[in-house]
Ligand binder design. Structure first.
Ligand code: PMP
Length: 285
């Protein structure tokens, strides 16, 4: 059976899963989304992802037409119908189709889409030997322009930075905020370890409050590793003992070089290895 895609309560074969070209999600990036993982058939932190999705929607005055409980059921149904256990799940809610103009009041029928498929973001060897990243010159969007807390369908800001990374031969790139402080990477949050303390930019650095980020902070506390959510600069990264990224797709992945400078001697650090193992244990139960 071809992959089954959920759109507004119905399942369609992948090639027949279509929405209108008048949908403002397509025309203007007007909509919100989430990326989730399931491990052994159980969706990891489903409640947290749904809370963030509904908050993103609220922030852009988009009314999701079904309840959180219904959407949670539908996510599980999508996994089941596709017989998927370890999957990547993409939730998308668009503004719906409307006229050729920005006015969201002239749209109807927001589309709720669930895609459950596989994803492999970074090559396996990067988990062992670490990623090399660069700092992009594209600044993370100003929170007063479009808050990075909103996981909207407008990802061009991140895509521009991702392109810079790819052009430099790196699969991920660091983004600074409008004040020149470390914000996050294009699709991942960033952490460093310095003198035994785990540090990550605080929410007011203008970042997406990652669900993996929060899970890793919690795991660190459980393992007696001191944590700080603080302002970080590139200087802090360059002199860090360790660096790693977190994200639903990426999980926990070490970084060993930034802008061609080795971080922590250029090898994967002990705290990173410990947290990668703890995260693996957490998701696999
Ligand atoms: N920052 C950005 C910009 C993201 O798009 C993502 C999700 N891919 C993250 C951070 C990580 O968030 P999460 O751990 O919730 O997947």
């Amino acid at each position: 059976m071809p992959l089954q895609i959920y759109i507004n309560g119905q399942f369609y074969d992948k090639e027949n899963a279509k929405i209108s070209v008048y949908d403002h999600g397509l025309l203007y990036g007007d909509g919100v989304f989430e990326g989730l993982r399931s491990y052994s058939g159980k969706v990891f932190q489903l409640t947290q992802h749904l809370d963030r999705l509904y908050e993103s929607a609220l922030a852009i005055c988009l009314q999701i037409p079904i309840s959180k409980a219904q959407l949670a059921d539908d996510v599980n149904k999508t996994l089941k119908i596709n017989n998927l256990h370890d999957a990547y799940i993409r939730l998308v809610v668009t503004r719906g189709s409307g006229s050729l103009g920005l006015d969201p009041n002239r749209t109807s029928d927001p589309q709720v889409i669930i895609i459950a498929d596989s994803i492999s973001l970074y090559p396996e060897e990067n988990y062992k030997n670490g990623l090399k990243i660069i700092t992009a010159s594209t600044v993370r969007s100003h929170p007063a322009a479009l808050s990075p807390r909103i996981k909207s369908l407008n990802y061009l800001n991140n895509i521009m930075a991702k392109m810079e990374g790819l052009q430099a031969g790196c699969v991920e790139a660091l983004m600074l905020n409008h004040k020149g402080e470390v914000a996050e990477c294009t699709g991942d949050n960033i952490f460093i370890v310095k003198n035994g303390v785990l540090m990550t930019p605080s929410k007011d650095a203008g970042i997406l409050e990652g669900i993996t980020r929060n899970a890793v902070l919690e795991l660190a506390r459980e393992h007696g590793i001191p944590t700080q959510e603080v302002t970080l600069t590139r200087h802090d990264l360059f002199v860090a003992d360790e660096c790693f990224l977190t994200g639903s797709a990426a999980e926990v992945i070490p970084v060993v070089s930034i802008d061609s400078r080795p971080i922590g001697g250029g090898s994967v650090g002990a705290t990173t290895i410990k947290l990668m193992a703890a995260f693996k244990k957490l998701v696999h139960g």
